[in-house]
Write a protein that binds this ligand. Structure first.
Ligand SMILES: O=C(O)c1ccccc1N[C@@H]1O[C@H](COP(=O)(O)O)[C@@H](O)[C@H]1O
Length: 221
């Protein structure tokens, strides 16, 4: 089953909606060097995650400039998963896998060599459409066929992100068969303001497309 993450929540109400929509994960964005309406302080991220119900994974999305800074943020926010928009080496990523935090770096769909190099050191790879600065939240899709090739080339779960919306997520799931999908701006009515109906529709479209795919899988004779 494709897992679904809703990213960039800024209020407890948003987080409750993410949980009631049966998403698998919720993300907050902290300590990023870009201007985004979704950024919250680490203290606020911790408060939001403290209000998450059991069985909803919490994901800290950040762009730290060093492993030490990433560790500080993990200590402060205490997420289940650390989503890194940063150019860390495989050794640096390994150093971040401690105290049970899952490490999920972001890779561009066409960067197969990086994906192969870091895959053994991480828990999953998130394929996004980053801006020049490496940030996400661009609302731009990329070549999903390339993401599918990347997923075939590595032995870890692959999460698809970048420009997903309630209207295109089913198609994305059918094309890429990702382990998870992730959305930030595509479920907002305006910058940073989550559209609660869109969150529900996004989750149900993603899960339904995944179920359809499973039902059409050929049964071996
Ligand atoms: O959403 C942001 O503003 C952001 C800023 C800096 C780093 C990551 C950010 N968001 C991540 O980008 C992807 C896709 O976003 P979108 O659906 O295309 O808007 C998502 O994983 C967010 O976690």
């Amino acid at each position: 089953m494709t897992r679904v993450k809703i990213c960039g929540v800024t209020t407890e109400t948003d987080l409750d909606v993410v949980a009631s929509a049966c998403a698998d994960a919720v993300g907050t964005i902290c300590d990023v060097p870009v201007d985004t309406p979704r950024e919250v302080t680490p203290t606020r991220a911790r408060e939001l995650f403290d209000s998450a119900p059991p069985f909803l994974s919490t994901v800290l999305v950040t762009m730290p400039d060093s492993v030490a800074r990433a560790r500080e943020l993990v200590a402060e926010v205490r997420p289940d998963v650390l989503q890194l928009h940063a150019d860390f080496s495989a050794d640096e990523l390994t150093a971040l896998r401690y105290e049970r935090v899952r490490v999920v770096p972001v890779v561009e769909a066409t960067n197969l060599s990086r994906a192969r190099a870091i895959a053994p050191a991480v828990d999953a790879i998130l394929v996004d459409t980053p801006s020049d600065s490496g940030a996400g939240g661009t609302g731009q899709t990329h070549d999903w066929e390339a993401t599918q090739e990347l997923a075939d080339a590595v032995d870890v779960p692959v999460i698809l992100a970048g420009g997903l919306t309630p209207n295109n997520v089913a198609d994305a799931v059918r094309t890429v068969s990702p382990d998870g999908v992730d959305v930030a701006s595509g479920v907002e009515s305006s910058g940073g303001v989550k559209d609660h109906d869109a969150i529900h529709t996004f989750v149900s479209e993603a899960k339904a497309a995944c179920r359809d795919g499973e039902n059409h899988e050929e049964v071996p004779a």
